[in-house]
Design a binder for this molecule. Structure first.
Ligand code: SAH
Length: 262
């Protein structure tokens, strides 16, 4: 069978180390039998082969590259392959059951992948993925750290985030310029945040868009209720707020807005 030639534009860096592939697959912890597994970007299938052995026909893969799709369908004729762009894929059309997502993500679109997964947070129970190390660290980062940002807060609000291990560039073909990190995200058992989640997303994104400013200034465009002016939390900057501080802030905005409208 002809080997697939890596395409830079698709972020293709194929993992070549079987032991690391096994370690990644074994990092999926809590896959209940009702869950399907979705692998994003299987490439030449180094994770896929191990996933098939473990999960059989609960496994689905989504791959954009026609050459990889052809290769995989010859190698694994009964594998459920969705040929297309994960970012454009209608997840609810393909799956109604809970999902565990795994992959060595295409690094150039990893943030977009996470924003999409967040939109499906009720369905996506667990995520194990390899990313550029800095991005993996950012997602796992806590408040008062420089690397703490929008994705850290949004993902940690709904998932327990664990940085598992670092992977050296020489175990890929072609070798990427950066180191990689593997993280695991496990959905919090409590279904929702107890505040308006749409507003929570808006507050977090707006606060970090001007992360050097105090929240009082960074959130100006949100036309906050007048009575919030007394809240001392507004004197802080986005990176000084823990996830629960952001939930508290959203809750406060919500309550005062409701009171104001009576
Ligand atoms: N899992 C493989 C390949 C990782 S490289 C391994 O570990 O070796 C990333 C893979 O994601 C490539 O196969 C690339 O073609 C695929 N990919 C890139 N963009 C994609 C997208 N938008 N949707 C689905 N797959 C994508």
């Amino acid at each position: 069978m002809k080997k697939v030639t890596a395409k830079k534009s698709l972020g293709q860096h194929f993992l070549t180390d079987k032991n690391i592939a096994e370690k990644i697959v074994n990092s999926l912890s809590d896959v209940s039998p009702s869950c399907s597994i979705l692998e994003i970007g299987p490439g030449m299938g180094i994770l896929t082969g191990i996933l098939i052995e473990k999960y059989g026909n609960s496994l689905y893969v989504v791959e954009i590259d026609a050459e990889s799709v052809r290769y995989l369908s010859e190698l694994y004729p009964s594998l459920s392959i969705i040929h297309g762009d994960f970012l454009k894929m209608d997840i609810t059309k393909h799956f109604s059951q809970p999902l565990a997502v795994i992959g060595n993500f295409p690094y150039n679109i990893s943030s977009q992948i996470f924003f999409k997964l967040l939109n499906h947070r009720e369905q996506v129970r667990e995520i194990v993925c390899m990313l550029q190390k800095e991005v993996a660290e950012r997602i796992a980062s806590v408040h008062n750290c420089k690397s703490y940002g929008i994705l850290s807060v949004l993902l940690q609000a709904f998932y327990k985030v664990e940085y598992l291990f670092t992977v050296h560039e020489h175990v890929f073909s072609p070798a990427p310029k950066v180191k990689s990190g593997v993280i695991r995200l496990t959905r919090n058992p409590n279904g929702n945040l107890g505040c308006n989640e749409k507003l929570f997303f808006t507050v977090v994104k707006t606060a970090f868009n001007q992360r050097r400013k105090t929240l009082r200034n960074a959130l100006k465009n949100l036309s906050l209720p007048a009575r919030i002016a007394n809240e001392t939390i507004l004197n802080k900057r986005a990176e000084q707020l823990s996830v629960s501080d952001f939930i508290y802030l959203t809750h406060t905005i919500e309550n005062l807005t409701q009171q104001q409208s009576y």
